[in-house]
Every structure is written in structure tokens, then in C-alpha cells.
Design a protein around this ligand. Structure first.
Ligand code: ZN
Length: 239
């Protein structure tokens, strides 16, 4: 990815590495997936992803099957965060109202240009009909230990997620695409593609105020997650 897209003020000529991911939070009663990634191998090829594996396969490596997922929290509705929802046949899905309303209103062309896929949105509409969609209205505790906060301006209604753990780590923040890489958080420089750098940086400060160490703010595409302990191929434990 171009450095100028990843970090504001970065070089247009320099390429930096970028990772695609989803997150799993395991509680006593709930097994929660935060974002679902995507299943499009052709797209993975287009973006030059090495070692692409869809999320259900990565879950399998940890002994969890899609039907074990009780809840899915979507940070936003871009194709690389809310694709491949259908294997999770039991899960209730959470999304922010302002993100869903924005995505639904886009024309076909604007959807494609803005990173939204019609097929993902129609899957979400089907979930609503089955009463498996919960719509959030701003900052909200949605599950025990899991709180969503409306983020900056990556999309109209992106949320970032605070996971309160019982371990010494304390809170883990899943920043999603409010930040792409750790450098955004560490140097308080927004991504190069946000609609409002100032509002994103304000969110970074809020995120940092909730964690014990800045490494526990996890950006949406940070290759640095590989510094956490590896539990299986392409799976890392945040601790
Ligand atoms: Zn993304």
C-alpha cells in the first residue's frame, strides 16, 4: 500500500506493508467475532495478499467453528470487514445505525467506489428479516465487556471497540480502520484516506486513555500484530 494512503504526510512513491484481519473475543458465555474479513480469493490476488486465508479457516485453527460464534460486531461495512457473513448461522450481528443508513443510501456506483459491496448489504438485510441484526445508536455497551464508540471519519459511522479483559492487560481497543497501522496511533497522525484527520486524532487520544500500553490499541491493517504470541498459522493472541 502507498505510504501516503496509510499515514498522512507519507510518501506517494514508497510502498509499506498492510495486513488484513478480523478479531475474536472469547468470554465465559459468548464467543464474539469482531469483523468477518472477506472470502474473495480473486480480490486477495488483486491486492497482492500473501498467505490469504478466509476467517472461518483461521477460526478452525483455534478449534472454533463458525457455528460457535454467538455474536458478530461489525466495525464498519467496507468489503474487507463485513464480507463472508453467511457461515455464522447462529450469530447476532451488531452494526451502527449511521453506518448502515449511509451505506444503504449510496447509489450502485458510489457503493463500489466507496468500498461497499451490494451483496454484503443484502446479506445484512436478510439478517434483519430474521431478527439477527442489532442496530446500535452511537457509543454503546453491546455485550458484557464489549463497548462500541463512534469513531472518526474513515466512513460515516465507523465504530471502534473496547474489549475489557479480566487479564492484567486490562482493556484492548480494536481501532479498526480509524487507524491502519501502529504509526498512526503512536505519532498521532491519521491515515491518509480519512475524511477528517482532526476527528481521527481526537479518537486516537481517547483510545490511548483507555489502555495501559499503546500496543493494546490495535489498528485495522497493522502488520505489527505479528509481534504478539502466535497461536496458529496467521493467528495471534493479543496479550
Ligand atoms: Zn479495512
Amino acid at each position: 500500500m502507498r505510504e501516503s494512503t496509510v499515514v498522512a504526510g507519507g510518501s506517494k512513491d514508497k510502498q509499506v506493508s498492510f495486513a488484513w484481519m478480523a478479531w475474536l473475543a472469547v468470554g465465559r458465555k459468548k464467543t464474539v467475532l469482531i469483523d468477518t474479513g472477506f472470502a474473495l480469493e480473486d480480490v486477495a490476488k488483486k491486492w497482492g495478499l500473501r498467505r490469504f486465508e478466509p476467517v472461518p479457516k483461521l477460526l478452525g485453527a483455534t478449534g472454533i467453528q463458525p457455528r460457535d460464534i454467538t455474536d458478530i460486531v461489525l466495525t464498519h461495512l467496507h468489503w474487507d470487514h463485513c464480507g463472508n457473513l453467511s457461515p455464522y448461522t447462529r450469530a447476532t450481528v451488531y452494526v451502527q445505525r449511521q453506518e448502515l443508513d449511509f451505506a444503504r443510501k449510496l447509489t450502485k456506483k458510489a457503493k463500489a467506489k466507496g468500498g461497499y459491496r451490494r451483496s454484503d448489504l443484502s446479506t445484512i438485510d436478510k439478517l434483519a428479516k430474521k431478527n439477527r441484526l442489532k442496530i446500535l445508536n452511537g457509543d454503546q455497551q453491546m455485550l458484557p465487556g464489549i463497548k462500541g464508540y463512534i469513531g472518526g471519519r474513515h466512513t460515516a459511522g465507523i465504530q471502534w471497540i473496547e474489549i475489557s479483559t479480566e487479564s492484567a492487560v486490562g482493556s484492548v481497543i480494536l481501532a479498526s480502520d480509524n487507524a491502519y497501522v501502529h504509526e498512526n496511533i503512536k505519532t498521532l497522525r491519521s491515515t491518509g484516506s480519512t475524511g477528517s484527520p482532526t476527528s481521527d486524532v481526537l479518537q486516537f487520544k481517547k483510545m490511548l486513555s483507555l489502555v495501559k500500553q499503546d500496543k493494546f490499541v490495535i489498528p485495522g491493517h497493522a502488520p505489527s500484530v505479528t509481534a504478539f504470541p502466535r497461536v496458529a498459522d496467521n493467528v495471534y493472541e493479543i496479550r
